[in-house]
Ligand binder design. Structure first.
Ligand code: URA
Ligand code: SF4
Length: 212
């Protein structure tokens, strides 16, 4: 399949949606060119009954190898924040807008490349199917890529971070920074970023508690 060819994940969706069937079908997805170089599809993980869904950008190097979302350094930041606000990760559905790792090889290292609009659009049916099946009460977009995927490219995190956003996808929809932004922050700012991220998740936990 040539780069840029418009195919998309739609053709790979199972006829009847269920998380096990979707995961199995996504493993064979060739909806865009990203499957060619990645190790495997990294599908979302969690229970169908999860009240909270977290949506990241795309699996990273570690996730690509493990086949599971948020198991690398960004995942550790996420786990810390969830623990700090008393959310059990096993109760959360964790996924990404793009399911294959996109990277550039530099020597032995694989450097993350931000997915582009055609890849995000190609992969979108998987995220939509996850939202449909899990039907979360709160949907939290982690970082600008995830937020722009849902709200369009004019969405700016700096303006709308932490707001309850108007969207029909879930009763509560909000966007915050990506946990990898904590790791990228200069060391003197890192703790502040970590605190801000944790506070945003705490607000979601509270909002969820109020709707219980
Ligand atoms: N970054 C993401 O956006 N998703 C992952 O699963 C890991 C790192
Ligand atoms: Fe399919 Fe998404 Fe992977 Fe592209 S990135 S091949 S659309 S699962």
């Amino acid at each position: 399949m040539a780069d840029g060819e418009k195919v998309g994940a739609e053709a790979f969706l199972p006829e009847r949606l269920s998380l096990p069937r979707m995961r199995e079908a996504a493993a064979g997805c060739r909806g865009c060119h990203l499957h060619q170089h990645a190790t495997q599809t990294v599908f979302g993980e969690g229970r169908r009954s999860a009240l909270l869904m977290l949506v990241g950008e795309m699996p990273g190097d570690r996730e690509d190898l493990a086949g599971r979302p948020f198991v690398g350094p960004a995942g550790r930041e996420l786990d810390k924040a969830l623990e700090a606000v008393g959310i059990d990760r096993r109760e959360v559905y964790v996924t990404n807008v793009v399911k294959h790792f996109k990277f550039e090889e530099r020597g032995k290292r694989r450097i993350h490349q931000t997915p582009k609009r055609p890849e995000i659009d190609a992969c979108r049916p998987w995220l939509d199917s996850e939202i449909e099946v899990v039907h979360p009460r709160a949907l939290v977009l982690l970082g600008a890529t995830a937020a722009k995927a849902i709200f369009g490219s004019s969405f700016t995190l700096s303006r709308h971070r932490g707001e309850t956003l108007p969207a029909e996808l879930a009763p509560i929809v909000t966007a915050t920074i990506h946990p990898s932004a904590i790791l990228r922050a200069p060391s003197e700012a890192r703790q502040r970023e970590r605190q801000g991220f944790t506070n945003d998740l705490r607000a979601v936990a509270r909002a969820l508690a109020q709707t219980a």
